[in-house]
Design a binder for this molecule. Structure first.
Ligand code: PLP
Length: 430
């Protein structure tokens, strides 16, 4: 979708930059896609809220019948706060983790949430806490693919889930602890290609079909998330029809193997929100280095957002499309494109948005050379964007703005202040 630059300029004038701009219409279209993919009976979608936990987004999910996958006690509480139902019948909020940390166990127990456990020892931890409810087991099936290697969620190098060879021993532990196993789950990532996602999900569904008869209390299987978003060709059409067919067929086949109706779940995160948000920044300077014996010179556009805002390029070398606008007119710049490095304000040389390749080196982007005061928009920043932002350099998180379909704008989180940052500091004697 084309950015509405007059809205951007008017928000920038009121709250400054950087800020995050969410487009309601885009999120709603993505929700509609997922609703279509999961429209067969007994196929249920969740939202992996770690991708974008804003209350406004969680409410959209609740209103659309999308359930939640939460990965911390506080995430689960945020989902409940946004209106998602507590309890495990049905398990609208599922708690997935490999470690119970902080308030996680308490939140599961006091709200009756379904724990989806990713480590065998968690059975004993649940039992010791007095938990007697149902459980889901997150399996590492030994295969899978992340969008980058550090995001690989299936295979021997992945820390996630119960290794498939240990599944039956964990089943025995759960039974001995009196905990019914009502769901089998795996999140194997997707890889950037749809065919690979399709192949991996088909293989996973076959594994679950084999396993289903050994789990007499099973009510559901979850194929996890991982529906990719095409960051390079952001308008590329997503093949929703084959995914609908796949999920429908998987639900039918696994149910046939179990000899009763089972629920098939998916829990995408990025697909719902990635294209719905833009990180809006202002150019503060343009400067150059020149080529010498150490390497090539570059032109740097210095913007006011950094990896404290959007960490994906610095963390994984992720690609985000960049658009440059005239600060005064809001029109795209039409000067001859040249290689530009877009870099942020942080005291870290890795604070660069145009990185990539195997060594995550600088990858200057062909852009119209911006001038001071012009706007640089980092697109597709809605997934793992604000959610991963930090207070490094004590800068404070940037504000989030929601643009409704009629163009009206709402500030959904304000800019964090020094007082917010200092609030958690104490001098309590222990
Ligand atoms: C357990 C689990 N489910 C779902 C997801 C969502 O993945 P994606 O945002 O790629 O759809 C993740 C992502 O890390 C995950 O760990």
């Amino acid at each position: 979708m084309k950015l509405n630059t007059s809205i951007i300029r008017s928000i920038g004038a009121k709250i400054g930059t950087p800020f995050w701009l969410y487009e309601a219409a885009v999120i709603r279209q993505r929700i509609a896609d997922i609703q279509f993919m999961t429209s067969a009976p007994n196929v249920q979608a969740r939202f992996a809220m770690k991708a974008c936990p804003a209350t406004k987004v969680l409410r959209e999910m609740a209103a659309s019948g999308i359930w939640i996958d939460a990965v911390s006690g506080n995430e689960a509480l945020r989902a409940l706060h946004a209106g998602h139902a507590a309890g495990n019948n049905p398990p609208v909020v599922c708690f997935t983790a490999d470690v119970f940390r902080d308030n996680a166990l308490d939140v599961v127990l006091s709200n009756g949430l379904l724990p989806n456990i990713g480590s065998p020892g968690m059975i004993q931890q649940l039992k010791a806490a007095g938990y007697t409810g149902p459980v889901s087991l997150r399996v590492n099936p030994g295969f899978g693919h992340g969008h980058v290697n550090t995001c690989d969620t299936g295979g021997p190098s992945s820390k996630h889930g119960i290794w498939h060879g240990d599944l039956m021993a964990t089943r025995a532990d759960a039974l001995a602890a009196g905990l019914k196993i009502v769901m089998l789950h795996a999140h194997i990532g997707s890889g950037p290609k749809h065919q690979e996602l399709h192949d991996n999900l088909t293989r996973l569904a076959l594994e679950f079909r084999e396993l289903a008869p050994s789990f007499p209390d099973l009510q559901a299987v979850s194929l996890g998330g991982g529906i990719p978003h095409n960051y390079r060709e952001r308008d590329a059409q997503i093949p929703v029809e084959p995914l609908r067919e796949l999920f429908t067929t998987c639900q039918q086949r696994i149910s046939a193997a179990a000899k009763r109706e089972l629920r098939l779940e998916i829990e995408p995160g990025r697909y719902y929100v990635a294209p719905a948000c833009t990180l809006v920044t202002t150019v503060h300077d343009v400067k150059k280095t020149t080529t010498n014996e150490k390497g090539a010179g570059a032109t740097f556009a210095m913007v006011d957002a950094g990896f404290v805002d959007l960490v994906r390029p610095a963390m994984y070398g992720s690609y985000h499309q960049i658009e440059v606008f005239d600060g005064a007119t809001g029109e795209p710049l039409h000067t001859e494109p040249e290689p530009i490095v877009v870099a942020g304000p942080l005291c870290e040389s890795g604070d660069v948005f145009t990185r990539g390749g195997a060594d995550e080196e600088l990858q200057p982007r062909m852009l119209a050379r911006p001038k001071v005061g012009e706007i640089v928009a980092l697109r597709d920043a809605g997934a793992y964007g604000y959610a991963m932002s930090s207070n490094y350099n004590s800068i404070g998180r940037a504000p989030q703005v929601w643009v409704e379909e009629d163009g009206s704008c709402e500030l959904i989180s304000r800019r964090e202040t020094l007082e917010d940052i200092l609030k958690a500091e104490t001098s309590e004697r222990l």
